[in-house]
Ligand binder design. Structure first.
Ligand code: FES
Length: 356
């Protein structure tokens, strides 16, 4: 992890001001943003200040940018210390930023670090001739060509210790070096042979939808035999409608429902008849429901007995005569089933009841 502190006070310059050219450039840069949004120019201005200061950002340059953009100094300092593209200490003529994040690390960045330490010294240290300095940074976005390093503004990829040493030698000697992948490949094409996406059928459209056949064949193979298998096989061609009323007929209309009454111009529910729509003879009842005359069907609002919150408030099951079959008796022996409509809610017994 990089050290993101400002350089020591003794090497900080006493002042910083943009050159006239850079002042004009900065004004044009700020104009790109709407009024009140000039802070959006903070990164370009810091970058230009770094270039003017010789490749690193002195504290005074950060303050000058904050003043120009009307930003609190701490906010500009936060930006400058967050991005490793801003060097906070003096750097060499060739500033090597070595990526040490996992892909590069697992492809050999550790060995590259050893080369840099041996050739240049500690991170942040500038060689005596001012040629090199280096820093380990986080991912620079060229992971597919790992391991890599950025030297000034260029990327050098597919590095090995030997290749990196040669690059350093060439730079020190003033020889030209070629940025980019260093082992022959162009851009980020496969490192060795191209061995994927080789089937011509992938490009003539003949395999479009092939995945679906695979699933259908598998479904037929796994389907049960006989009637069930016929039903399974027929299922895809007879999909159920998405909504209940999207094609499925309603088999029988519930007799005399409030909705039907309203449709026919009658009063759906008589105000003086609280039973109203709850009349079992008028409600939706299964046709073969044979109840004794006058015995009502259970209605949702009447057959519900709330679960007691405390056990002692619950009904004593053994005393609720006739409502619960005795354990071990069959439903047939338990007498006519009672629906709770004509049974008083049973609560804890009073002391009088207990004595009776
Ligand atoms: S991990 Fe090194 S460039 Fe992304």
């Amino acid at each position: 992890m990089s050290n993101r502190r400002l350089a020591a006070a003794e090497i900080q310059p006493p002042s910083f001001a943009f050159t006239a050219d850079n002042e004009n450039w900065a004004a044009r840069e700020i104009e790109k943003y709407p009024p009140g949004r000039q802070a959006s120019a903070v990164i370009p201005l810091l970058w230009r200040a770094q270039e003017q200061a010789g490749g690193w950002l002195p504290q005074k340059a950060i303050e000058a940018v904050a003043e120009k953009l009307g930003m609190p100094y701490i906010r500009v300092l936060e930006v400058a210390t967050f991005y490793t593209m801003f060097a906070l200490e003096p750097v060499g003529r060739y500033f090597v930023q070595l990526c040490g994040t996992v892909p590069c690390h697992s492809c050999g960045a550790v060995e590259l670090k050893e080369v840099l330490s041996r050739r240049i010294g500690e991170q942040g240290h500038v060689t005596a001739d001012g040629t090199f300095s280096w820093l380990e940074v986080e991912c620079l976005g060229a992971c597919c060509n790992a391991p890599m390093a950025q030297i000034n503004k260029d990327y050098y990829e597919d590095l090995t210790p030997e290749i990196l040493e040669k690059i350093l030698d060439d730079l020190a000697a003033g020889r030209e070096v070629k940025p980019g992948p260093q082992q022959g490949r162009r851009s980020s094409e496969p490192a060795r042979a191209a061995n994927t996406l080789q089937d011509p059928a992938l490009f003539d459209g003949s395999v479009v939808g092939a995945w679906r056949n695979r699933f259908e064949e598998q479904a037929i193979k796994e389907a049960p035999t006989g009637e069930a298998s016929t039903a399974t096989a027929a299922a895809p061609s007879q999909p159920k409608p998405a909504k209940p009323d999207a094609g499925r007929t309603i088999e029988s209309e519930a007799a005399d429902t409030p909705a039907k009454k309203a449709k026919e111009g009658e009063v759906p529910v008589k105000p003086d008849d609280p039973e109203g729509s709850a009349d079992p003879r008028k409600a939706t009842v299964a046709p073969n429901d044979e109840r004794p005359e006058g015995r009502s069907a259970p209605q949702s609002g009447k057959s519900y007995t709330p679960t007691p919150a405390k056990p002692e408030e619950g009904r004593p099951v053994a005393d609720a005569k006739g409502t619960t079959p005795v354990s071990g008796t069959s439903p047939a022996e338990g007498g006519a089933r009672r629906d709770g409509r004509d049974t008083k809610p049973v609560g804890p017994k009073t002391s009088d009841e207990a004595e009776r």
